[in-house]
Design a protein around this ligand. Structure first.
Ligand code: PMP
Ligand code: GLU
Length: 396
């Protein structure tokens, strides 16, 4: 019997970042000598003081439903963080705590998109953005950027994409997958356009602490008008190596936060009560643990970029933030590697995994078929092995 599947559901493609991780883990479980640079997940363990807070929370019986949009204590901790790190003043009623920043983003698109509303997404983009917009009945509109321009769009490029149906623009700085960081001047110019056209800005700031030169600036901090139009998205996954705990949050105008909270109250209720206690500890504790991780990422980035650019046939820019490198493979398109014709990034990623046993994410899901993405959120020995294998593979 053919099963009926809703059109909207059929059109959603699986997450390529999570798919490569599943494939990598299954190959590893089969005993294969595979190395993984697929999913962007810090290899560090969650800092001990944060884990201790969770154990204490269990012992203290913090095991019940909390308010759907998060505990007041955690919302206050988030407000404290937004003020201290980003100069943003929000009340707890403006905060919605969700099951990871991914969930916060889905809530945000559900809250602002009517059917057919367009959301401008600078490309290369994180794989989930277009699918989330489609799930919310919106229309993703890619705003192409080039490597020559550092993967940044110009104000004219942005203006050319704005139509009467434009509802929102996504800004992800530092960016997954390019590592690009917008300067304060760039962000001010973008904010001006958003205010002029009354376009929401979904500002995904999940990599804010992983900038290797300079400091993160939130676009919401440039005045009341842009703050009203911005939904700041953040979370503890990347900063505190807490990917599995599933705590993310949105900060927005109280009216929008209320709508997102209503949606969440029917879809999932509160995020895990114990993880919320751990997140309070993370956000109110010392930032020292984050600094140590950032320094390790910096050394890995420098090594990876140096090696890639010393190998013929591939190249990459120096990413300014996050923990990803976009490797340009355009010179390899049309060639044969590992006995396979390379027609695009999917072929390269498949051949590299099958022949050299190295998992990277194909650029096709990021809207960038001439690239594959390496994550350097893994240890230096693995990085060396992966790049040695790249060198050998390219000689095949
Ligand atoms: N935004 C970006 C750009 C990401 O790379 C990720 C990674 N998963 C997320 C949001 C969501 O993170 P999480 O759901 O783990 O909080
Ligand atoms: N954001 C990370 C990545 O891009 C984690 C996986 C995911 O949620 O997509 O690899």
């Amino acid at each position: 019997m053919e099963l009926f599947i809703a059109k909207k559901a059929k059109e959603v493609s699986p997450s390529s970042t999570l798919a490569i991780d599943a494939k990598f883990k299954s190959m590893k479980a089969q005993g294969l000598d595979v190395v993984g640079f697929g999913t962007g997940e810090p290899d560090f363990d969650t800092p001990q003081h944060i884990k201790d807070a969770a154990v204490e929370a269990i012992s203290a019986g913090k095991t019940k439903y909390t308010p759907a949009s998060g505990t007041l204590e955690l919302k206050k901790a988030i407000c404290g963080k937004l003020l201290a790190d980003n100069g943003l003043e929000y009340e707890p009623a403006s905060i919605v705590v969700s099951n990871g920043a991914k969930h916060s983003l889905v809530n945000a698109f559900m809250a602002i998109c009517d059917p057919g509303d367009e959301v401008i997404i600078p490309a290369p983009y994180w794989v989930s953005y277009p699918e989330m917009v489609k799930l919310a009945d919106g229309v993703p509109v890619a705003l192409e950027t080039t490597e020559e321009n550092g993967f940044k769009f110009s104000i004219d490029d942005l203006k050319a994409k704005i139509t009467p149906k434009t509802r929102a623009l996504i800004i992800n700085s530092p960016s997954n997958p390019t590592g690009m960081v917008y300067s304060e001047a760039d962000l001010r110019a973008i904010a001006q356009i958003a205010v002029e056209h009354k376009i929401y800005v979904i500002s995904d700031e999940i990599y804010e602490h992983l900038i290797y030169n300079g400091k993160h600036v939130s676009i919401a901090s440039f005045g009341d008008e842009i703050k009203e139009l911005t939904i700041v998205i953040n979370g503890v996954s990347k900063t505190y190596a807490m990917t599995g705990w599933r705590i993310g949050y949105a900060a927005a105008d109280k009216r929008l936060a209320g709508v997102m909270s209503n949606i969440q109250s029917h879809a999932t209720s509160n995020p895990n009560s114990i993880a919320q206690e751990a997140a309070v500890c993370a956000l109110t504790g010392s930032i020292q643990c984050v600094e140590q991780m950032r320094e390790a990422f910096l050394a890995r980035r420098n090594y990876m970029v140096g090696r890639i650019n010393s190998i013929g046939g591939v190249s990459c820019l120096m990413p300014e933030g996050a923990f990803y490198v976009m490797m340009n493979i355009s010179q390899l398109i049309g060639k044969t590697l590992g006995g396979r014709h390379i027609g695009g990034s999917d072929d390269f990623a498949d051949a590299f995994l099958e022949t050299a046993k190295v998992a990277v994410v194909s650029g096709s899901g990021f809207g960038a078929d001439n690239y594959v993405r390496w994550s350097y959120a893994t240890d230096m020995d693995t990085i060396k092995t992966g790049l040695d294998r790249l060198e050998t593979f390219l000689k095949s």
